[in-house]
Design a protein around this ligand. Structure first.
Ligand code: SF4
Ligand code: SF4
Length: 361
């Protein structure tokens, strides 16, 4: 196992992290706790959950798992999150979380899922930062972190505020262009960087030909997807949502066989993405200056889901509602001026796709 420094916290955590959002049989608490033990025996020390993964069941499983890790003297760090914003609500939430997790303090506590800078401003207005700082002073949380769906300049702006010690965001060989700018702030502010969805929500293993550009001979799509992230020296933890002990074994084996590329080799691999992703949006955001205020890269990413996921339109709608939190109908605000299509490096028929999305909603 490789361990990396989490920002300036003084904590060294495992590069392979445990995500508690995909257990195959969440009602088997002991079985799920056993998956955590397998991971910890393989050297995993970073465990991430949330109060809304399978309701509160994931946090409950984690509590059982942590008790077992203590019994076996295996080290671990806890990460969880809150959507709450007012002090009363956050205190009620964290009280319940500490009980479920069966621990006296949370190592990495996240302001959960910032979807826009306006959304972040509104949470600050409710006093979220003051409350998080009080919780830290009281020893109930150890580090103030954020999870975000922001892209491009927005994520850099959020992190450059300098109020967080670490960040959790989606990043993979599928969407790396969308969030590359986060790393400017991560380096400048010396933040811990935890990435989720390392396999693009299953898209990478489902489309091995499309992601051939990241693979070495003999490597599985899962190994290649993880190595693409592990090669990135600014990434502290790569979260994998483990369903079973078999998933843990596969990821640990990828770590055991891992041989890094140089930064120059990684850059050369990234440059192949554009030609490999013909017809797909890469999230570069060169088009993101619509006079109608349409967030084009977000809509085009959702359309990618329609093209790549076996769930088609349902995947498109889910991406808009759950990930980007935008309405399909707003895609209909396009007046077909053509500015975005002239800027698009991938020659995406943006106007046509926006029309499809507006109707599909
Ligand atoms: S074509 Fe539509 S989406 Fe593109 S910039 Fe013009 S109004 Fe915006
Ligand atoms: S639609 Fe084109 S220009 Fe816009 S983000 Fe996607 S690839 Fe980049």
């Amino acid at each position: 196992m490789i361990y990396r420094e989490y920002g300036t916290t003084g904590k060294k955590v495992s590069l392979l992290g445990f995500g508690g959002m995909r257990f195959a049989n969440i009602d088997d608490y002991d079985g799920c706790a056993g998956i955590m033990v397998k991971a910890a025996e393989g050297g995993v020390t970073y465990f991430d959950t949330a109060p809304d993964y399978f309701g509160v069941k994931s946090e409950t499983v984690f509590g059982r798992g942590f008790a077992e890790l203590r019994r076996r003297k295996l080290p671990y760090y806890t990460a969880t999150k809150t959507f709450k914003t007012t002090e009363d609500d956050i205190r009620r939430e964290i009280d319940a979380q500490l009980k479920r997790l069966d621990i006296p303090a949370i190592d990495f506590y996240h302001v959960w899922c910032i979807t826009s800078l306006e959304n972040w401003a509104s949470r600050k207005k409710d006093g979220i930062l003051t409350t998080f700082r009080k919780l830290k002073e009281e020893g109930l949380i150890r580090h103030i972190c954020v999870s975000s769906h922001l892209i491009q300049d927005e994520i850099e702006t959020l992190l450059m505020e300098g109020v967080f010690e670490g960040v959790l965001f989606g990043y993979s060989a599928y969407n790396f262009k969308t969030r590359e700018k986060a790393f400017n702030a991560i380096r400048a502010k010396q933040l811990g960087a935890v990435v989720m969805n390392p396999l693009g929500g299953g898209i990478i293993p489902e489309h091995p030909e499309l992601f051939g550009f990241i693979r070495r001979e003999g490597e599985s799509p899962v190994e290649a997807g993880l190595r693409f992230l592990w090669d990135h020296q600014d990434i502290t933890v790569t979260l994998v949502g483990f369903r079973s002990e078999q998933d843990v074994a596969e990821a640990l084996s990828a770590m055991e066989n891992y041989s890094p590329r140089t930064p120059a080799e990684l850059q050369a691999v990234k440059e192949k993405a554009e030609s490999s992703f013909e017809g797909l949006c890469t999230g570069c955001a060169y088009c993101d200056d619509c006079p109608q205020g349409i967030p084009i890269p977000r809509y085009m990413d959702a359309y990618n889901q329609k093209l790549l996921s076996k769930d088609g339109d349902a995947a498109l709608k889910q991406r808009l509602a759950m990930h980007w939190v935008i309405s399909p109908a707003d895609a209909g605000k396009c007046v077909a001026c053509g500015q975005c299509e002239s800027a698009c490096t991938q020659h995406i028929p943006i106007i046509e796709r926006l029309g499809y999305i507006a109707k599909a909603g």
